[in-house]
Every structure is written in C-alpha cells, then in structure tokens.
Design a protein. Structure first.
Length: 322
C-alpha cells in the first residue's frame, strides 16, 4: 500500500524491521548503514528530475548477543537495553534527482573522510519518501516499485544467536500464516503495469458502433504473484488459498461505470460502487470465497457518456490460508 500512497498522495512511510535482515543473515547484529541508494523504476523524460526527498525518521541496531530463546530474541519494550539508537546521524535526508540508483551525492566515494548520507544509522529503520504534490513533472503512476539498496556492516553473533534469530524468523512466518488463516492477507495488483498488454486492450472505450458494451481483461495465473509462503515446499496450495474480498480501483471520469470479476469456474460476480480515494473510484465485493487463479475483469460502460480511458487501475484482494 505504501507504493499506492506514493503514487496517489505523493508521500509514504516505509519500515525495514530486523526480521528482514535475519532472513538473510540470522545471528548478525550491530548492523549499521554504510550507504543507501534508491533505484526508482519509473518513466520520466530525458531532462526531468525525480525530485524525491528521502528522510530517515527512526533508526536503531542490536548491540547485545543476549537471547535465550526465539521469543526472548525479539524486542520487548521501547527502552530494551539490547538495542541502541544512534545519538546522531550527520546526514539524515537527501534529495533524489535521478531514478538510477541515486544516493543523494554527486559521487559516492567510500575513501572520502566525510560522512556519506545515513552513514552510521542502524539498519533497522523507518523512512519517508516525499514527492512534490503541487506540480507533478512526471507521471507518478509509472512508478513500478520502491527499491532500497542498502550497504551495511554487521558482526557475527555466534551459533547461539544464529539459532535464536532463526527461531524468531520461523515464528514470524508462522504468525503471518496464522494471520492469513484468521484475519486474511492482502495482495495488490497494478493492472496497468503488471498486465500491460491486457490493460491496453480492455481499458480502451468501445467505439459508438461497437456492439460490445464492455471489455474483458484477462488476469492469468494470479497465484504466481502471491508470496512464497502461500506455496509450501514450492507447490501452490490452490485449494487452501481463497480470495475473500476484492476491490478494484480505477481513475475517475473514465468510460467505465461497472465492474465484474470472473474466477476460474466462470462464476461472475458484480462489484458494487464504493467510496472514492484520491483520484480513483472504487468497486468492491465482500465475501467472495473464490480460488485465486486465472481471473478476468469485465468493464461495462452502461449509460456512461464518457469516452475517456482510465489512466490507472489496481485490484486489491484479501485472501485467507486454509
């Protein structure tokens, strides 16, 4: 959702928790940033600046190897003595001008005696990205992802810390799976970017002489776009992963006035119009209970007099793990 917020509202916050680093190197501690760059895959003109401000909002790092179990490994309170917040980070915000791995400096040189941006901050961190909202010099909707390229140093904590950190990662994955069984998880699909060919065909409004009063957009193999934990042992658990709710967000003032979704069983469900968010209108259906696979969206113009093509679209699915 942070990516959607950045596209629509021009600002978002991103959290990088300790568990992300423990997934790669369990048992490493004292992780501190050496440098950070921000590749932003998007479409801009040859002489256009990205004009993105990156701010470090919060940071900390583990300084102790004390941990007797996976549950004890986790941070339990705000003033946990095993964690330290850097007293000062010389440069805590930068201006990103280029989308090509920009670090906010003219030349990233580790031999320089001066601090580079964010150097010394803890790898466990919280960030804010902000784009101009009063004037958009490029299409924020073309932003495909937010990528943090972090170079950091750490210390090896020994076999015991490695074991407890690995246990904490396992507990985290199990908690995510439990949430998926109980409350459900969310998947966000960018219709224009992830299904570009299908979007180009379906989003164009029918001509006045066209007998077809709507368009169909094929969304093949949605299950392959879900997180890896939805397919234990590498196999997708199709019978266990069920879509419970679905939302479709499209830009306002387009020719589309109705949306339906069709699942693999060819069962068609009409979505109801809901609230607006920013420059988008929303259709939703709660209580779908359908297998996630190859779906299709049906766009209908109805009595709409607009012939404008929607410039952006997303589908949000809440799904549960059986």
């Amino acid at each position: 959702m942070a990516l959607v917020q950045l596209r629509e509202l021009g600002s978002c916050d991103v959290l990088l928790p300790e568990v992300l680093f423990d997934m790669d190197f369990p048992g490493h501690y004292h992780s501190r940033i050496k440098s950070l760059t921000l590749p932003l895959p998007c479409i801009v003109g040859p002489c256009t600046s990205i004009s993105c401000t990156l701010r470090l909002l919060g940071t900390e790092y583990r300084v102790s190897t004390t941990a007797s179990s996976a549950s004890d490994y986790l941070k339990t309170e705000e003033d946990d003595p095993r964690f330290r917040k850097p007293t000062t980070v010389p440069i805590s915000s930068v201006a990103i001008s280029s989308a090509q791995n920009d670090g906010g400096v003219f030349e990233l040189n580790f031999k320089d005696d001066r601090y580079v941006p964010f150097e010394g901050a803890g790898a466990v961190s919280r960030w804010q990205l902000q784009l101009p909202t009063h004037f958009r010099s490029w299409d924020y909707g073309s932003l495909a992802d937010i990528v943090f390229t972090m170079r950091y140093t750490s210390r090896e904590g020994g076999e015991r810390l490695t074991s407890t950190a690995s246990g904490a990662v396992k507990t985290f994955i199990e908690s995510v799976e439990a949430a998926g069984r109980n409350q459900g998880l969310f998947a966000v699909f960018d219709l224009r970017s992830e299904f570009a060919t299908e979007w180009a065909r379906a989003a164009n409004p029918p001509t006045p002489d066209d007998a077809i009063q709507g368009r169909t957009m094929q969304l093949k193999n949605l299950q392959d776009r879900l997180p890896v934990f939805t397919r234990p042992k590498g196999q997708y658990q199709g019978s266990k992963v069920k879509a419970q709710d679905v939302w479709v967000l499209l830009s306002k003032d387009s020719w589309i006035s109705g949306v339906s979704v069709k699942d693999e069983s060819e069962s068609e469900t009409s979505l109801t119009s809901a609230e607006e968010m920013g420059g988008t209108v929303t259709w939703r259906y709660l209580g779908l209970s359908s297998k996630i696979g190859s779906w299709s969206l049906l766009f209908n113009g109805g009595s709409s007099s607009s012939v404008k093509k929607p410039q952006k679209g997303w589908m949000i699915v809440r799904y549960s793990l059986g």
